[in-house]
Design a protein around this ligand. Structure first.
Ligand code: SF4
Length: 315
């Protein structure tokens, strides 16, 4: 079975972020055109106990004993983390043995559910996605599973914003030709201005191999113009405002091929990113990645990132 704890991941916003994968691959309520994993082959709308929380907590405890403390522990990975019915127990359990702040990256599709909102309150930072306040655009971008109701998401976000004590930061994935019109941005800006508890907005772009290869990445200029047009009083940053390279770990231990593959399955990385998050000897790391490519386990893409060969993309 693939590890449920992976990384640390080189995260633009979270630095060295140790990842927790709460779903089997690729189990999601959405099938986003910009997804950097594979297409969603397990669409889901109901929460499930995919595995017992104690199993993941044991794995996490072991990993934390073996690495430099991460900047964040983050629930994300190869599907939608709020689909795990034990999310609240997992978040509470982490607090019992780790002081690292906890973040949940969610597509927000289940925020209409009270149990999901309650579980998320145990995280220090929650990053839901909202790419449009128009249902037809939302459908075109996310291709949601049958049973996911758009108005429940908007209402759920508002209820969550009112109750959540932590940092609430919404991610907007800008897909040129779909959600970058003046109407889209103006209406999104109005929604954000009225959203209680919103701390920040992040504008993202499909900079790494999206599933839908016809989707063009938004340019830095486009994201900057949208940032201005949103007219928000809270911080708005773009993918290009943050470095893709976190600070270098002091760790002297080189990662194994399996550890690298576990990370690449959820997050393709360059050699420099791998070296920064894992540490160890660069020549040894280079020879492990070369072996992964030569054995057919991974590929090196034209943009310099390594990715597992069995999947077409992710992030
Ligand atoms: S980007 Fe996230 S929400 Fe969208 S399909 Fe991929 S894993 Fe699911």
């Amino acid at each position: 079975m693939a590890a449920r704890v992976f990384g640390p991941v080189p995260s633009r916003r979270l630095g060295r972020s140790l990842g927790l994968d709460l779903t089997p691959a690729k189990t999601c309520t959405y099938d986003c055109r910009y997804c950097q994993l594979t297409a969603t082959d397990h669409p889901a709308t109901e929460r499930q106990m995919f595995f017992q929380p104690a199993e993941l907590l044991d794995e996490l405890r072991e990993k934390l004993a073996d690495i430099e403390p991460p900047d964040w522990i983050t629930c994300s990975g190869s599907g939608e983390p709020t689909l795990h019915a034990g999310l609240g127990s997992i978040l509470k359990g982490i607090r019992e043995f780790s002081s690292a702040p906890i973040c949940v990256i969610t597509n927000g599709s289940l925020l209409g559910r009270e149990d999901v909102r309650t579980d998320l309150c145990f995280a220090d930072r929650v990053m839901p996605t909202l790419c449009s306040v128009h249902e037809e655009t939302w459908r075109a971008i996310h291709q949601p599973a049958t049973g996911i109701i758009f108005k429940d998401i908007l209402q759920g976000l508002q209820m969550f914003g009112r109750m959540y004590p932590g940092i609430l930061e919404i991610e907007v994935f800008i897909c040129p030709g779909l959600n970058d019109t003046e109407r889209e941005i103006d209406d999104l800006g109005s929604f954000f201005r009225q959203l209680p508890g919103l701390d920040a907005v992040y504008l993202n772009a499909a900079v790494r191999n999206p599933v839908d290869t016809s989707l063009l990445p938004a340019s830095p200029e486009l994201l900057d113009s949208i940032k201005r047009r949103l007219k928000l009083q809270i911080p708005v940053s773009t993918a290009f405002d943050h470095s893709p390279l976190p600070k270098r770990t002091e760790s002297k231990r080189s990662p194994t091929g399996q550890e690298i593959l576990d990370l690449l399955r959820r997050h393709p990385c360059t050699l420099e990113q791998l070296h920064r998050v894992f540490g160890g000897d660069l020549r040894q790391l280079t020879s492990v990645t070369t072996r992964l490519v030569e054995s057919g386990a991974a590929e090196k893409r034209p943009d310099g990132t390594f990715a597992p060969l069995s999947s077409s993309s992710k992030g």
